[in-house]
Design a protein around this ligand. Structure first.
Ligand code: PHE
Length: 468
């Protein structure tokens, strides 16, 4: 079976697919707003520091483990630690986490699809009504969009790694980048835009505290799609010709580059069309920013480009977010699909149908947890409030568990697979990184302070979120 494993067609194809996974809603909205609120350039530096010193070695560990085992995450843990139930917990977590993240990410993607459709139909104005979002997420039309998103993702994954995932990324990623640059140019040429750039980039060290450091670390980790089993899976589809450190560097650079560039658009847009706004009042939640705040900013643009012009800008932005979300969603659903293919020996279509159908119903339950069904709306009680099923899935799987998964993969690679074997995998392919600073650094860091930091972030988040 290993000999027939699907593969990416080229190094560029792999990089675009992995960057497609990494570039998501977090880059386009979460990062810029977090940076602006938490010290501007000081946050940026901190973030870049984490990407290079912590995330890059973990990314290399996931890719190398996948390429060496040629298996999905569970198969990878079984491959390196056969018959050891302790390690299998890591394997199961790396399969269940993406499954659950996919469920809530699908819900956000369907909302984006709904908003995009509304804007294209000329209804930008309606989106700025304060009740629109609450009304929309609890209306039966969400079923239509869920079916549309499921069909699109299903089509891409049905076509396989090279003809589906890679081809999709090769179309969507360059278009995403062109739209982003176009929007940046448009926004930067508006009045007052420079106030936003200043706010984004002027360093303010006094804003940096323990919570901000924790936040920058968490943001960097999930932005690079770490701890979700995605890079183990994508690693298993890489050939041996290109080096893992070289490819990982490109993916990290692309992801950080898009996040940074998105900041040059989102913040100047906010400042230019809302001069005098106090950035401290911006919401921390990407969801409320995208769906309730940004439509107002886009509508305000009509003073300079008219209603149709404003609608075009808004539509481009939502299309951008839609592409970013779709490539991320595809990557994350591929993890359990490859899991079922490997572990059960199912064909791609049968695995896709099994995963897709079960996921569809859980996504539906999450979609119904915004008022339509009380059981799902008030599903759990923690941190002194009641939470919906959607919130629970988000809090546990997106916000909390990723550093734990990262911690386990660090231990697996350094102490079970062993550094010498890991190095041999890193040194396979061109350009060769044998003896490079990156390799030597990663060797030291992955077995020592990186897992300690990840464990610390995990414990800190659990305490803050569930026990305060
Ligand atoms: N990196 C993505 C983001 O920034 C996170 C993600 C990846 C979410 C893959 C889901 C699936 O939004």
């Amino acid at each position: 079976m290993t000999a027939n494993r699907e593969q990416f067609g080229s190094r560029l194809g792999f990089i675009l697919a992995a960057a497609g996974s990494a570039v998501g809603i977090g880059n386009l909205v979460g990062f810029p707003v977090n940076a602006a609120k938490n010290g501007g350039a000081a946050f940026l530096l901190l973030y870049a520091f984490f990407v290079v010193l912590i995330c890059l070695p973990v990314m290399m560990a996931e890719l190398a483990a996948g390429r060496n085992s040629r298996k999905n995450p569970l198969g990878t843990y079984r491959h390196f630690a056969p018959g050891s139930p302790g390690w299998l917990i890591g394997g199961w977590l790396a399969l269940i986490t993406p499954y659950m993240i996919a469920v809530f990410y699908a819900v956000i993607t369907l909302w984006i699809t709904g908003y995009l459709t509304a804007i294209i139909s000329g209804n930008l104005q309606a989106l700025t009504d304060p009740d629109y979002f609450a009304h929309f997420v609890s209306s039966p039309t969400i079923f239509v969009y869920l079916i549309a998103v499921a069909a699109l993702v299903g089509l891409i994954l049905h076509s396989g790694v090279k003809d589906g995932i890679e081809r999709g990324a090769k179309i969507m990623m360059p278009s995403l980048f062109v739209m982003l640059v176009g929007l940046v140019i448009f926004v930067l040429t508006r009045d007052h835009a420079m106030a936003g750039v200043q706010y984004y980039l002027i360093p303010d060290i006094s804003k940096i505290n323990a919570q901000v450091i924790n936040g920058a670390m968490g943001q960097a980790f999930f932005s690079l799609s770490l701890g979700m089993g995605i890079l183990i899976t994508y690693g298993s589809y890489m050939d041996g010709r290109s080096s893992i450190p070289g490819s990982a560097k490109m993916v990290a650079l692309a992801d950080t580059g898009v996040a940074f560039t998105a900041g040059l658009m989102v913040l100047p847009a906010i400042f230019s069309f809302n001069p005098g706004i106090d950035p401290g009042t911006l919401s921390d939640s990407s969801v409320s920013l995208i769906f309730t705040f940004l439509p107002k900013i886009f509508l305000a643009m009509q003073v300079s480009v008219g209603y149709v012009g404003a609608s075009i800008v808004a539509a481009l932005f939502f299309l951008l977010v839609f592409f970013a979300a779709l490539t991320s969603l595809v990557s994350i659903i591929e993890v359990p699909v490859s899991g079922v293919m490997d572990q059960k020996g199912y064909s791609r279509n049968r695995a896709l149908a099994t995963i897709g159908i079960t996921m569809f119903f859980i996504a539906l339950a999450c979609g119904l947890s915004f008022g339509m069904v009380d059981f799902f709306t008030n599903f759990a009680h923690y941190g002194e409030a009641s939470h919906s099923l959607f919130d629970l899935v988000y809090d546990v799987f997106y916000d909390t568990i990723l550093p734990l998964n990262g911690f386990i993969i660090c231990l697996l690679v350094t102490y079970r697979w062993k550094k010498a074997n890991w190095n041999a995998e890193l040194e396979t392919g061109e350009p060769n990184y044998k003896g490079s600073l990156l390799e030597r650094y990663s060797n030291f860091a992955l077995g020592t302070f990186i897992p300690v930091i990840l464990l610390f972030v995990f414990v800190n988040t659990v305490l803050n979120k569930f026990f305060n």
